[in-house]
Write a protein that binds this ligand. Sequence first.
Ligand code: A3P
Length: 318
Amino acid sequence: LDRAFHIKNNFIDAGHGCILPKRYRDISEQIKNFDIRTDDVFLCSFPRSGSTWLQEILWLLGNNLDFSKARVIIQQVRNPTLELSALFSDDKNKADWIKDTMKGNSVEFAHSMTSQRFLKTHLPWHLLPDKLKRENSAKIIYTTRNPKDQIVSFYHYCLLAHQMDCSFEDFIDLCLEDKIVYGSPLKHMLPFYDRRNQQNILFIKYEDMKKDLPAIIRQCAKHLEIKRELTNRDIEEICDYVKFEKMEKNSSVNLETIVFRDQEFKTNIDSEQYNKVKFIRKGCVGDWQNYFTSEINEKFDKWIEEQLKSSDMTFDYV
Ligand code: A3P
């Protein structure tokens, strides 16, 4: 397992079982002390919870539905991930992209943005900027997803973005031992779930976005206190812009710009393989049924029960 995920060499335990790339140390203090503005909007999530999808919606709501700008400026620039510099630091192509695009590191880049800032982080509650947790003024939107689909999605993402060399079964075992990047998705979710009624926090489930996106968009607009009176047509336009078939082809959000910087990767992967691992991959609820054997399902259910034993949180799995 250590070999599969390079844990020994490249990763550190950042507390409460949260595993992060070693380079996180270089920016952890900057993140802790990151200056928060009252009108900041933070999208927080464990990876693969539909954050890219929700981010695009939040950004459009906060930017008067400026579809043209959304199309031409890459999402990571409009709406950067605070710890991005640590995530791709051991891959030269991606690290260079961050350096070139962000003119330094991702935290400094976020710091230099003009208001209103839309920011994203996958960091767990205990690693968030102190001021964000203390002042309860900036808006936080947390999105979560049923852990079975999430782990299937994260497995494919790690193959794509981190050149992980690991079978799905081994990845599940790593997850059950809280040894995947960012740690346990459920431990990540719980502190946000417990604070879901705090006035600056909105808690959203991926499965609810799939079920009724217009309702979620209206909830987000209310939470962001946007001035524009949203018409049904506005909602339809947003839903159309962010629908899966469009998002997967939209190079402003589908990460191709970053992933395909690696020429070797670009030449070695064929389109069939790429379709299996691509960043905006399948976009459905219940894909876990194509990957979970009954043995995996049994141990995963036990793990979920154990992780959620002190909570009334539930998920939809189909
Ligand atoms: P799958 O791998 O199951 O397809 P994140 O952005 O937090 O990393 O989440 C990625 C997951 O959200 C991926 O799940 C991705 O396909 C899905 N996703 C992205 N855009 C989507 C959309 N417009 N509709 C539905 N799912 C979407």
